[in-house]
Design a protein around this ligand. Sequence first.
Ligand SMILES: Cc1cc2nc3c(=O)[nH]c(=O)nc-3n(C[C@H](O)[C@H](O)[C@H](O)COP(=O)(O)O)c2cc1C
Length: 192
Amino acid sequence: MLMAKIALIVGSVRRDRQGIKVARWMEDKLKGRNHTVYFIDPIEINLPLLDRMYKEMTKPAETLISLHEKIKSAEGYMPITPEYNHSTSAAMKNTLDYFLEEYYFKPSAIVSYSPGGFGGINAAQQMRLIFAELGAPSIPSSFPISRVHEVFDNNGKLIDERYEMRVKRFIEEFEWFIEALKNQRETKGTPY
Ligand SMILES: Cc1cc2nc3c(=O)[nH]c(=O)nc-3n(C[C@H](O)[C@H](O)[C@H](O)COP(=O)(O)O)c2cc1C
């Protein structure tokens, strides 16, 4: 069974954010399949709006060095994005933009959510474009969660059991791509 290092990136820094419930639940699911999860929460890191990218910094702060290590050593990325005005959040974009080459030739699996019926699919589509540019193409499936307030209770416990089956298939697909690209990186290296 594949044991991978996965960077899970929280997209909301709002007080009372719904996204933290999704993120903690996904973390639990990934750990349940023996993956190492780097839980990246912009609130904990307190990232300023981007001035210099990591590679341009002469004296990066400890928090950024640690973040860099996680992004670089991760073998796959799982952004948990809210939808704000049909796109991802400023916090998500800001966190991602600090790095570039660190992501190359590793897959991403997009999770989105919203209070309405569309599960943040507009944001998820935007994330595909962003991760394509970052060199971490997204797997075919995404994981939109509609009516997120009804899917989890206030303590973050899953109420809607249908998500158990969906998440299993989603993570299995992600694992397939993580393993495929990992094998290719290890046997053939990367073109750049
Ligand atoms: C600035 C802003 C813009 C939003 N735009 C959308 C939107 O375009 N589509 C949507 O479905 N929900 C939209 N919403 C509702 C959010 O999806 C909802 O508040 C959700 O709980 C946000 O995730 P969070 O609680 O983790 O921050 C918006 C919310 C905010 C604060």
